[in-house]
Ligand binder design. Structure first.
Ligand code: SAM
Length: 265
């Protein structure tokens, strides 16, 4: 899944120049988030366990056939390939720093209804769900063989009650949304292209409440994702956005002024 490295580096340099430390944040909500969630990098037992299992899975030489409906399929409807599970874990899973942040965000906001786009080998699912064992979590994945790997990952980690739904997001999403009155936490980590990202956002936002948190992966990965992030930031229904470069956080808090922060994570 190639991206324009020059584009990414240029964007990263801009991010470094624009990003603020917590001393320049004039929003008590965001300041607390930075202090208590972004900067609190304690590695709990849960995180250690998942990190260690991920490290061992990254060595797996088992080969599976994968089907890709997302940005990896380029202009085609889907592509298939044979890949080592270890390479999928290394290349597709969130890096530990981001995955730990997902865990801490879930622990902090305690969402009851969680939806994830892109299960892959199940690691971001594990990091999120381990923080909120009582919550409902649905995770969508287009590749059946990968969904089976994810089921094994969750079983090995004794993480229960995750509903993995197999199919193309385009087909699954409208059906799944019928099951949710409200969505408290949505992690968008699949099909990193402008139009699908905005389509998925527009469908999910109908189920947002004032405490919802939507998290977008790879918001500067490509020109298309950059444009999608800008459109989401400018959307009238959104009132607070936080750009952490690899992840973009979107809040819908009522009564607060519209604000956008670029924060060094
Ligand atoms: C980056 S990976 C997800 C990684 C996972 N969230 C983690 O951090 O462990 C994206 C996944 O989304 C799936 N995907 C992409 N586009 C899709 C689509 N349109 N429908 C269903 N699955 C899709 C891919 O098969 C891939 O496994």
């Amino acid at each position: 899944m190639g991206t324009n490295q020059f584009w990414l580096i240029k964007n990263y340099v801009i991010y470094l120049l624009k990003s603020k430390s917590r001393y320049h944040i004039h929003s008590p909500f965001v300041f607390d988030l930075v202090e208590n969630v972004f900067k609190n990098k304690t590695i709990t037992g849960d995180l250690k366990k998942i990190d260690a299992f991920k490290k061992s899975m990254a060595k797996s030489k088992t080969i599976i056939e994968t089907i890709d409906f997302g940005a990896g399929a380029h202009q085609k409807v889907y592509t298939t390939s044979f890949q080592k599970v270890g390479n999928i874990v290394k290349n597709r899973s969130q890096r530990n720093a981001q995955a730990h942040l997902l865990h801490r965000l879930a622990r902090n906001f305690k969402p009851e209804n969680v939806l994830e786009f892109g299960t892959a080998a199940g690691f971001s699912t594990a990091y999120i769900k381990s923080a909120i064992p009582e919550s409902r979590m649905v995770s969508m994945e287009g590749c059946t063989n990968l969904a089976n790997v994810a089921r094994q990952t969750l079983k090995q980690l004794h993480i229960q009650n995750v509903e993995i739904r197999i199919g193309n997001f385009d087909v699954l999403l409208p059906l799944i949304l019928k099951e949710f009155d409200t969505l408290d936490f949505v992690f968008f980590d699949g099909n990193h292209r402008e139009k699908p990202t905005l389509d998925y956002f527009n469908q999910c936002v109908e189920h947002a409440n004032e405490n919802s948190l939507f998290i977008f992966d790879d918001i500067h990965w490509s020109q298309g994702m950059d444009k999608a992030w800008k459109a989401i930031k400018n959307d009238k229904r959104v009132n607070l956005t936080i750009d952490l470069f690899w992840l973009g956080l979107v809040f819908f808090r009522k009564g607060a002024p519209k604000q956008d922060f670029i924060i060094r994570y």
